[in-house]
Design a protein around this ligand. Structure first.
Ligand code: G3P
Ligand code: MG
Length: 249
C-alpha cells in the first residue's frame, strides 16, 4: 500500500467519522479508537451552534446520533455540551458531541491528519466557515495534513477566499459533467466522491489532471483494493482496522 504524498494528501485509509463502525460516529472516542487502530487520518463533519461554536456532528438535527432533538444550529454550545452522542450504546454513556477544539487537541496529541468536511446548515454557510477558519487558524498544528471539503459549493468558495493555503477537495456523490470547471473555480487539489459511482475511466481522467482522488464510504476490502489498483489515493471507511489489516497484509 503506497501512501499518498503532496498537496492535499491524506492517507490510503481514512477513518470515516472516526472508527464509526465500532464507536459512536464523530465522537472523540471514535477518533481515538481510529488512532489506536493505526489510522493516520480521519474525516469529520463540522457545523455550528447558535452561538457559532464549531461542533463535530453529521446531521442538521440531533435526533439520530444524540439524546437531544431538533436542529443543532438552534442550540447554544452550553446546551449541546450536556448532550450524549452515544446513539444508545451504553458502552459510551458519557460521550458528548465534541467541540471541534477538543478534536483538534486529540488529533494534535496523536499526530493524526484531518479531512474536515464543512457541513453547514443551509443559510449558515458564512458563519460556519468563519467559525471553522478561526479555530483552525488558532489551533491547527502546522505540519499535520489538513484538507477542507464540502458538498456546499458556497462553503468551498468562502473557505477558498478565507484560508486559501489550506488544500480543498471538491466533494460530490457522482462525478458531475462540469467537474473540471468546479475544480478550477475553487482551486481544489482533490476530488472526493461516492465509491459506488466511480468508474476506472473517470479515475484515469481525474488522475491525468493531477488530482488526489478519495472515495467514501468503502467498507468492503475487495472494493477498496480495486479502487486503489485504479490509482485512487485513499478510501474513507467506517472500519479502519479491518481495512488497514487487509491492505497491509
Ligand atoms: O467526506 C466524505 C463523506 O463523509 C461524505 O458524506 O454524508 O458521510 O458526510 P457524509
Ligand atoms: Mg462526512
Amino acid at each position: 500500500m503506497t501512501e499518498p504524498t503532496g498537496l492535499g494528501a491524506l492517507a490510503s485509509v481514512i477513518a470515516h467519522r472516526g472508527a464509526s463502525g465500532e464507536a459512536p460516529e464523530n465522537t472523540v472516542a471514535a477518533l481515538a479508537l481510529a488512532a489506536d487502530q493505526g489510522a493516520k487520518c480521519v474525516e469529520i463533519d463540522v457545523s455550528i451552534s447558535s452561538d457559532h461554536i464549531p461542533f463535530v456532528h453529521h446531521d442538521d438535527t440531533l435526533d439520530r446520533c444524540t439524546n437531544g432533538s431538533g436542529l443543532l444550529s438552534e442550540q447554544s454550545a452550553e446546551s449541546l455540551d450536556k448532550l450524549i452522542a452515544n446513539k444508545g450504546n451504553e458502552a459510551y454513556a458519557h460521550e458528548p458531541i465534541p467541540r471541534l477544539a477538543a478534536v483538534i487537541d486529540l488529533l494534535s496529541q496523536r499526530n493524526i491528519g484531518l479531512n474536515l468536511e464543512i457541513k453547514p446548515q443551509e443559510g449558515l454557510e458564512h458563519d460556519t466557515v468563519e467559525a471553522i477558519c478561526k479555530m483552525i487558524e488558532s489551533s491547527w498544528p502546522t505540519g499535520l495534513p489538513l484538507v477542507f471539503s464540502s458538498f456546499s459549493q458556497l462553503s468551498l468558495e468562502l473557505v477558498h477566499k478565507r484560508l486559501p493555503a489550506i488544500p480543498r477537495g471538491l466533494l460530490v456523490e457522482e462525478l458531475p459533467d462540469n467537474w473540471m470547471q468546479l475544480i478550477e473555480r475553487y482551486e481544489c487539489c482533490n476530488l472526493h466522491c461516492d465509491a459506488s459511482h466511480l468508474t476506472s475511466d473517470q479515475t484515469k481522467a481525474l488522475l491525468s489532471h493531477g488530482l488526489g482522488v478519495y472515495c467514501y464510504t468503502v467498507n468492503d476490502v475487495d472494493r477498496a483494493k480495486e479502487l486503489l489498483s485504479w490509482g485512487v489515493h485513499g478510501v474513507f471507511t467506517d472500519h479502519p482496522k479491518v481495512m488497514l489489516d487487509s491492505l497491509t497484509s
